[in-house]
Design a protein around this ligand. Structure first.
Ligand code: GLP
Length: 245
């Protein structure tokens, strides 16, 4: 694992954006796995700025997002589809037909998971996957206790994830109870994984994920088994992590 220490959120965003833009510059037809949450917002903003300046071109890129709430339409203000448009896709020149998210309104969940797996397969696999980490160690919506060998599947969100994500909704009751997520198997197949973490509230889970035992109880700990992980964290998020790099 390579570790980049950043000072603060903006520094982390810039360092991570540098890594993603390098990927796209070196391979214009890159397949990028993308995440939502508050952590990547700054790096999306930075990439959009570099796009506007002409430094990076997304016209050949394909994106495959990690997850989406079940039951939310793509234009629902809380959907991840809307998040991606507002925070990233609307500000760059990626072709809309090359951006993929699970369909929150799919009538048949099993078919939707199979459709998503086919997108991953047909794209040739993720060149670079951007990941945040939930406070309970979830990646995408792979919650503690899940199996490591799953592909895209429908999950029931844990109470702690519902509470953590409540800040984006009018109340906890409005947070959907189910979501589609790429599974750990799909995540581990990405060629490079870039993990972004920021803030003191993530310090404990960063230590458990990267310096603790590999266990389904901490889904992010499986990343220790991947041979090309880049961790970019700011001082507060990294303060409990003591590993050689
Ligand atoms: C959500 C997303 C995850 C994300 C996590 C952390 O639950 N499904 O993909 O990594 O939140 O979010 P944040 O970056 O806001 O802490």
């Amino acid at each position: 694992m390579r570790i980049y220490h950043a000072e603060h959120y903006d520094d982390m965003s810039r360092k991570a954006a540098n890594i993603l833009s390098a990927q796209v510059i070196l391979k214009p037809a890159s397949v990028l796995g993308l995440s939502t949450g508050s952590t990547p917002v700054g790096l999306y903003r930075q990439l959009a700025e570099w796009y506007r300046k002409g430094d990076v071109d997304f016209s050949g890129v394909t994106t495959v997002n990690l997850d989406e709430y079940q039951g939310l339409a793509p234009d629902d203000p809380q959907s991840y589809a809307r998040f991606m448009r507002e925070n990233f896709f609307d500000h760059i020149n990626v072709k809309r037909e090359n951006t993929h998210l699970p369909d929150g309104l799919a009538a048949d969940a099993e078919r939707e998971c199979a459709r998503y797996e086919a997108i991953l397969r047909d794209s040739g696999g993720l060149d670079m996957l951007l990941l945040g980490i939930g406070h309970n160690g979830h990646i995408g919506f792979n919650e503690p206790g899940g199996a490591f060998e799953k592909g895209t599947h429908l999950v029931t969100l844990t109470q702690s994830t519902i509470e953590a994500n409540q800040r984006f909704f009018p109340s906890a009751d409005d947070v959907p109870r189910h979501a589609y997520t790429m599974g750990i198997r799909s995540i581990m197949q990405a060629r490079t994984i870039v993990v972004v973490v920021s803030g003191a509230s993530k310090a404990g889970i960063v230590r458990r994920a990267f310096a603790g035992p590999v266990t389904p109880e901490v889904p992010a700990s499986v990343l220790q088994l991947h041979n090309n992980v880049i961790l970019v964290g700011d001082r507060e998020a990294m303060k409990q992590l003591r590993i050689e790099n």
